[in-house]
Write a protein that binds this ligand. Structure first.
Ligand code: WTA
Length: 699
């Protein structure tokens, strides 16, 4: 805790936006069109309301206890139940829909064929790969397997194969570096790494296998040995990587699969609380957090929210253009849609390749009627191809925006131009930790409001607390920390291997007493928010030291420790800078070791180190070399001060710093250079200014 003013004490103001009602046509076909549903999920019916979600699944053994709270905050859902996630996403659809496309895969090169994978075909592929993992890989129920896979059908196949065996998968976003992957391999204790030789990105067949070698080396440095690297080939029988295959360690999956042709692997019946997967995310310290998600609760939650909030019917063609390497893809490309037996589209490449009309061509050709993406993509398409969507004859009944706050202007463009004024939009607020949506409008029942996600979703009761744990009332125009008062089935179970950190980060702040009453354990989401009088929430962004770049969470500590791998660097600080397309970008401030002076490409070295340790998404917009960092008397770097300089905003009171004189030096150096480069500052909204002003205050 610091003495900084908290968001809760600062009034925020913005213009109230007008509502947009959904069309009558949308309402007439919606899964949730009867307002009764709001009553069924109201607080007096908690937790039994979630039976409705659990009943969307096929259970091997039905559960006896909806929610067990005896070991808070380690909640257990659907206790006594057993099921298999792969069976639920694949096998059970075979009787009615074996020939329906489960996945439609669109490769990035337009010269390559789009392929439809039916439920029957998916069943075959998953069984064969499950047999390979078990009999060749030697994995057993409860083991962890790490994937470092791009957007190819082999990724959902690999996930479902693990799920079939009760093996915990941990997919690392393909764009992450080998080193970042290796850290996650070691943390999860995976003996097997599944990767691919290459994939297409922006017209280039990138070498991906090389990252597996780095990952294995990093894991080894951390004291963990990888036994086998299993390599899918992007084009079977033709190896696209320059990285040599290591004898006895690396194997081509397409070479091994013929031995498993026709294999059938019985789905392992798992307890509802058995972990299904890990998904690593950034937090307040350097070590990434492996969010552990459950089998029964998670699957029930993503199936239920996919049905009511994505409005998925089995006959729909649903396209979430996120990456499966993020939680959005796990929940709303793979598990939710497939549990409902619909058709889910997978696209390999970048949205603007080879031109800004690409997404709409795909949508038109495949007859996509539900579309899901992030504000960063929307902002980019609005910038580079504002007239493209009008050229194509697709029709979306429903669209989603996820992952970052969306500006009302951008929202309106999404609605009017991409959605052609017809599509119902949901702005879904949630997190890696939460498994599924937390805040959204129910598309047929609650009108949209640009810039606000809406109220808590069914069975989620959010609240905004100030720093002292007092409730900030709706309509008070005051911001605070958004929390969820109750457990829900999709909540992660723990941080893999770090249960104390789990309790500490998410519950200690507002935990009231050590009781088994869930009411005493609100979930602290780490986001600032304001609630309007109508109950809709507007999410303002992270209150911890996480920078949301294009919807990707980057921890300041991770960025800084990457910078510190450069020999010359003594101190580093990462701050967000407003970015027209990506929402936020990263700027690094570094101070050199004594006796060294700038030059010799130190900026480039810092950038390269960050790309190597984390990945290209983290590449800083600028690296500033400073003689010293502004610091408190106790020696803490004041990130808010340098964030203010980077964003041309008021740096606030600096008189209490140990070295206030440094501030003007840094400001002069950085801002004059920015102006020379033509990086003209724009005026920040009050919320953005507040974010900058309080950046880093979590320390
Ligand atoms: C932010 C992504 C505003 C938020 C699913 C959250 C959002 C973090 C929204 C989680 C939204 C997510 N409006 N902000 N609709 N959705 N966020 O874990 O700060 O990658 O805490 O999960 O993204 O990012 P994560």
């Amino acid at each position: 805790m610091t003495n900084e003013p908290s968001e809760a004490q600062i009034a925020v103001h913005w213009r109230e936006e007008a509502y947009y009602p959904p069309t009558a046509k949308f309402i007439a076909q919606a899964n949730a069109a009867d307002p009764d549903i709001l009553e069924r999920f109201s607080e007096p019916n908690f937790p039994e309301c979630f039976k409705e979600y659990a009943d969307l699944l096929s259970w091997d053994k039905y559960w006896h206890t909806t929610l067990d709270t005896t070991d808070p905050p380690f909640w257990k859902w659907f206790v006594g139940g057993r099921l298999n996630a792969c069976y639920n996403c694949v096998d059970r659809h075979l009787t009615t829909s074996r020939n329906r496309a489960a996945l439609i895969w669109v490769p990035e090169p337009e010269s390559e064929q789009t392929s439809a994978i039916t439920y029957q075909e998916l069943y075959r592929r998953v069984n064969e790969f499950a047999a390979l993992l078990r009999d060749f890989g030697g994995v057993r129920t409860g083991d962890r397997v790490t994937f470092h896979l791009p957007m190819v059908p082999e990724l959902p196949v690999s996930m479902l194969a693990c799920a079939r065996l009760g093996v915990i998968h941990s997919e690392v976003f393909g764009g992450f570096s080998g080193a970042a992957c290796g850290g996650r391999v070691a943390d999860s204790g995976s003996n097997i790494l599944v990767t691919m030789d290459g994939y297409y990105r922006n017209g280039e067949l990138v070498d991906h296998k090389v990252k597996a070698d780095e990952a294995v080396a990093t894991a080894r440095e951390l004291g963990h040995e990888v036994d086998k690297v299993l390599v899918w080939r992007r084009h079977p029988n033709s190896y696209a990587s320059k990285s040599p295959m290591v004898e006895g360690r690396d194997f081509f999956i397409d070479d091994l699969l013929p031995d498993f042709r026709g294999a059938v692997v019985e789905p392992v019946s798992m307890p509802a609380e058995a972990p299904l997967f890990l998904m690593y995310t950034s937090g307040t310290t350097g070590r990434p957090k492996g969010c552990q998600h459950s089998t029964g609760g998670y699957l029930a939650y993503v199936a239920g929210t996919s049905k009511y909030y994505q409005d998925i019917h089995p006959e729909d063609t649903y396209w979430c253009a996120a990456d499966i390497g993020w939680i959005t893809g796990h929940s709303y490309i793979v598990y939710g849609p497939l549990a409902l037996g619909t058709t889910s589209v997978l696209y390999e490449g970048v949205p603007t390749y080879p031109d800004p009309g690409r997404l709409w061509r795909i949508a038109e050709r495949l007859g996509v009627n539900i579309f899901h993406t992030a504000p960063t993509t929307i902002r980019m398409l609005r910038k580079v191809g504002p007239d493209e969507s009008a050229k194509y004859r697709y029709r979306f009944k429903h669209m989603t925006t996820v992952g970052e706050p969306i500006e009302p202007e951008v929202w309106r463009w999404y609605h009017d131009v991409v959605g052609k004024g017809e599509a119902a939009i949901v702005d879904t607020w949630w997190q890696t930790e939460t498994g599924g949506f937390l805040g959204s409008t129910l598309p047929a029942l609650q009108p949209m409001k640009p810039g606000s996600c809406g109220p808590g979703v069914l069975g989620i009761y959010p609240v905004i607390y100030d720093e002292d744990g007092e409730t900030i009332e709706a309509g008070s125009d005051r911001a605070g920390n958004i929390c969820i008062r109750n457990p829900w089935p999709g909540i992660f179970q723990t941080i893999w291997g770090q249960p104390e950190r789990f309790v500490d980060i998410y519950y200690s702040k507002y935990n009231r007493r050590n009781s088994t009453d869930w009411q005493d354990w609100p979930y602290f989401a780490g986001d600032g928010a304001v609630q309007a009088a109508d109950g809709y929430f507007r999410i303002l962004g992270r209150v911890d030291d996480v920078i949301n770049v294009a919807g990707h969470r980057l921890g300041t500590k991770e960025l800084e420790s990457a910078a510190l791998t450069v020999n010359e660097i003594a101190e580093a600080a990462a701050v967000p800078v407003m970015d027209e397309v990506r929402g936020r970008a990263v700027e690094m401030y570094v101070a050199l070791k004594p006796g060294l002076s700038a030059g010799a490409g130190i900026e480039a070295k810092v950038s390269e180190a960050i790309v190597r340790e984390i990945g290209k998404i983290a590449r800083p917009k600028s690296v500033w070399i400073v003689t010293d960092m502004p610091k408190t008397r106790s020696g803490k770097i004041m990130r808010r001060v340098i964030a203010g300089i980077s964003n041309f905003t008021d740096v606030g009171d600096v008189t209490t710093l140990a070295n206030p004189e440094i501030v003007d030096d840094i400001r002069h150096h950085v801002q004059s250079e920015k102006l020379t480069r033509g990086e003209v500052p724009r005026d920040l909204s009050p919320q953005e200014a507040e974010e900058i002003k309080s950046f880093g205050r979590a320390e």
